[in-house]
Design a protein around this ligand. Structure first.
Ligand code: SF4
Length: 352
């Protein structure tokens, strides 16, 4: 049964300084003040009523939780505790900086019901981290991920491809290194340049060029493919389309409200194109896939189908429960060619 997240955005709380790309108030649409016991209880009650019996997970996002004064961390977690003990809340998730975490901190969190710790890794390239004003190096992320795993908690890593100084090779290397360090899942947030940030100034001065949407998709599909091959979950691609993200706040970069679907859809397009490349160029054919992947195979605004065959050449599309979610089958003149986006696609590293 899927878990329902009860989010509390504590924008920038605890952060020792602002990283050049970050404005959590815009990203989350929240002013970021810390919730008190009453507000936490009310929010959990409200989500419980709409969750239709599904388990709840409380999440403190958008700041550096473990850099808050310990007393404040304890108060926040104590407010959730009764709901954990009652079984209303199944787990607690926090996000924080990698340099604000060690074994003792993770043990304290675990003792208070925290089950998942996400860290803002952003990159595993020290030059990229320095240019982004992070104030820590890649070694801090390796140490933090290891600590989280050693204490038996679930470890998440947030990565931001496209930061100043980053490249496709560097972004793929960052993913490899967080996997080796023990991350259980990742979130991919290709850079969005937000109004009012130092990064927006660099962009306007011509000192920084972010990935645009097409470049971000091309890079994220390679990252997603690597993650799938490694068996690691990618639980989010792209910033959530919140109230704070709009034409006034997004200056440039890779942003689309359904970026994750665009990226996943590219894997299916590449696989079908690879299989269909053996067929005559104007031949109609059929595609079958798992029912849950129909929209990924078709692509937004039927983009995949229109790229696969010229106008007027029909492509038949059918759902097939017997296929796994990663598989597609291309049918042509009674023959069936199957493929799998994880095992049958090969991407040579190509800079975007
Ligand atoms: S990226 Fe993380 S550490 Fe940096 S300012 Fe934003 S919330 Fe704080």
């Amino acid at each position: 049964m899927t878990t329902v997240t009860v989010p509390f955005f504590i924008s920038h709380q605890g952060c020792p300084h602002a990283c050049v790309f970050c404005d959590q108030r815009v990203i989350s649409g929240s002013c970021g003040s810390l919730p008190d016991r009453q507000q936490i209880g009310a929010a959990i009650g409200s989500w419980r009523r709409s969750a239709s019996g599904r388990p709840l997970e409380v999440a403190f996002f958008g700041g550096s939780f473990t850099a808050l004064p310990e007393r404040v961390q304890d108060e926040l977690l104590a407010s959730v505790r009764p709901f954990l003990e009652e079984g209303v809340v199944r787990s607690v998730r926090i996000s924080t900086r990698p340099d604000c975490l060690d074994g003792a901190v993770v043990r304290r969190l675990a003792g208070q019901g925290v089950a998942v710790v996400e860290i803002g890794v952003q990159s595993m390239d020290d030059d990229v981290l320095a240019l982004s004003g992070r104030g820590h190096g890649a070694a801090a992320s390796v140490a933090a991920l290891r600590c989280i795993k050693e204490e038996g908690l679930v470890a998440g890593a947030q990565l931001m491809p496209g930061l100043p100084g980053d490249s496709t090779t560097s972004a793929l290397g960052s993913l490899e290194r967080v996997i080796v360090a023990g991350a259980d899942f990742v979130r991919l947030y290709p850079v969005v340049v937000l109004e009012g940030t130092p990064l927006a100034q660099s962009y306007r001065a011509g000192d920084y060029r972010p990935l645009d949407l097409e470049q971000g998709i091309a890079l994220c599909k390679q990252l997603l493919h690597r993650a799938l091959r490694s068996g690691i979950d990618v639980i989010r691609i792209g910033l959530q389309a919140g109230d704070g993200l709009n034409d006034a706040t997004v200056v440039a970069g890779c942003w689309h409200p359904a970026l994750g679907q665009l990226v996943r859809s590219e894997l299916y397009f590449d696989l079908v194109r690879q299989i269909a490349s053996a067929l005559p160029g104007d031949a109609p054919f059929g595609i079958t896939c798992h029912p849950s992947r129909l929209s990924d195979v078709v692509g937004q605004k039927r983009r995949n189908l229109t790229r696969l065959r010229p106008p007027g050449v029909p492509i038949r599309l059918d759902p097939d429960n017997s296929l796994s979610v990663e598989e597609v089958a291309v049918e042509y003149l009674g023959q069936c060619f199957r493929g799998n986006i994880v095992t049958d696609l090969n991407y040579n590293i190509s800079e975007v």
